[in-house]
Design a protein around this ligand. Sequence first.
Ligand code: F6P
Length: 552
Amino acid sequence: MPYKSSVRLDQLPAWRTLLEHRDEIAGQHMRDWFAGRGANSRVENFSLRAAGLYLDYSKNRITEKTRTLLTHLARECNLPAKRDAMWAGENVNVTEQRAALHVALRAPRTMAFHDASGDVSHGVSDTLSRMRAFSDSVRSGAWVGATGKRIRHLINVGIGGSDLGPRMVCDALAVYGRHDLSAHFIANIDPTELARTLPSLDPESTLVVVCSKTFTTLETMTNARTIRAWFVDHGIPESELGRHFVAVSTNAEEAVRFGIRKENVFEFGEWVGGRYSLWSSIGLIIMLYLGARNFEALLAGAHAMDEHFRHAPLEANMPVLLGLLGVWYRNFFDAQTLSIAPYTDALQKLPPYLQQLDMESNGKSVQVDGTPVAWQTAPIIWGEPGTNGQHAYFQMLHQGTTLVPVDFIAVLEPQYDAPGLLDHHRKLLANCFAQSEALLQGGSMATAEQAGGPLGAQRRFDGNRPSNTLVIDKLSPERLGALIALYEHKVFVQAAIWNINPFDQWGVELGKTLCRAIEPELVDPDSLRSDAHDASTASLIRLAGEALKEKR
Ligand code: F6P
């Protein structure tokens, strides 16, 4: 089991050689590596295709030697064995003693997966069949609401992994959605989303999918109860709510206790982590909105990336290379963040989705055995679709004092092809390529007279700022599946290098516990004990408690 012990990553031979190598190339400019006859071969050498995606990573501060050393590091960190252990269903989530088998959710039926308790594949295909039957009945109109009306509105109630993935996919692939169905997402405990969404919906034709792995999450349960009351307030009797509510959970008992019929609970395995769950029944709203065929294409695209990750040599392995490049900047150039710049509004929810995937997985300070890490782990993930980001924060990417690697994502085929829109798309792509070129090359916007003076300095771009460009021919379900799986495996690669467990999230628990104590104190500020909190928190509770008292 390659997962149990602590390592001194910074003492590994490849790590030490990488440090020396970093010093060798730190003063060099990427632009020189593109000069002359070597230019085309650099692109050939530092680009690859996998699962329908094309990655150009030539605009990075790397040479062939860097790549070789980084892959040595991956081997010294047992990456291949760790990857195989995940596939073999070992308890790679060591703190929760669970497998992490999301790859089983998108594998063809002919592939069998097991965890410590036995076969998991049958359960996966049974659930998929149930999802398909249910979604077909809703989409065909066979499933109707309590008053006989066809379902026209879908609401997914969930948060974190039970929201971000399905929300991102439904938004990205909305052009594949049925025009007579609308998909809505309620996540936050803040009632704004509810208050804005419910009035525009007809309860008689609304179906709610309550999505929660645990079925105990405060936000989801509070929102689900409020929506249940909304149905009743609009004349749907409690006894008929089964036609308007289904659940997705590993905790069927709790879902039934909430009032959802047992036959309308779609379960999944404990070995599916929240942020890796959109491929499971957590993706039910995706299937309802886009149809079973498109959901299956999403799975197939992810599986194609899984196969690539499992079989391609490390030097030509897209998730491995993306992960290692991230390690290169995070640990050897002290880059604290990674900016995600999708050049399509369809992927506007990709950055928040990747925030959870990356930061909840790898935002850790201890190794798998609990000993502290002596190296940096997850970067801060952030970003906005281009070109909007260019008019907001790209200034800092070009001329700021912080090194920010960027992942550009370009889609060649426009999603909308109405007359005149091709021109928009051409301009969009031109912007995307111009930004990575400017980051690489740098240059000067100064006139000859300005060049030597202070204005010359203001108008100078140093360049040498790294980026990847991922190119997708078409934002189809299949390609989106591959793209998401690419980032999942990239995060796994980095966890393997940093020797951390990417599949738990203990860091979210303390705040949840403290919240349970604070809520009653807001109801009754007089119950606040003087020693219950630090002075700052206590005074905030008092302040809010008094304000809320006036509202009662
Ligand atoms: O609070 C974090 C978290 O546990 C995430 O890991 C998870 O995706 C989210 O909450 C939602 O959890 P659940 O699906 O159990 O409601």
